[in-house]
Design a protein around this ligand. Structure first.
Ligand SMILES: [Zn+2]
Length: 74
C-alpha cells in the first residue's frame, strides 16, 4: 500500500514540519492544564507554505486526563 503524503488541510501543501513542545505553565500560560505536577507535551505541526498550525496531544495518559477534567463539547 503506497504511503500517501499528508497534506495541509488549508492549502494542500506537503511542506509540513512537526516538533514536540512543552505546553507551558512556568513562565507563560499553561495551555493544557492537567494538574499541578503535569507538564504535558504538544506535537505542533506547521505548514511552512501557508502558516497553518495544528496542535496534537500525543500522550495517551494526558488525553485520558482531559476526558476527566475538561467539558465535553458534544
Ligand atoms: Zn498550508
Amino acid at each position: 500500500m503506497p504511503d500517501k503524503a499528508k497534506t495541509c488541510r488549508n492549502c494542500g501543501s506537503e511542506e509540513l514540519y512537526s516538533k514536540k513542545v512543552h505546553s507551558g505553565g512556568f513562565y507563560g500560560p499553561n495551555l493544557l492544564p492537567l494538574g499541578m505536577l503535569a507538564s504535558p507535551m504538544f506535537r505542533v505541526e506547521v505548514c511552512t507554505d501557508c502558516g497553518l498550525v495544528e496542535w496534537f496531544v500525543p500522550g495517551v495518559a494526558d488525553r485520558k486526563k482531559i476526558r476527566k477534567l475538561f467539558k465535553r463539547s458534544n
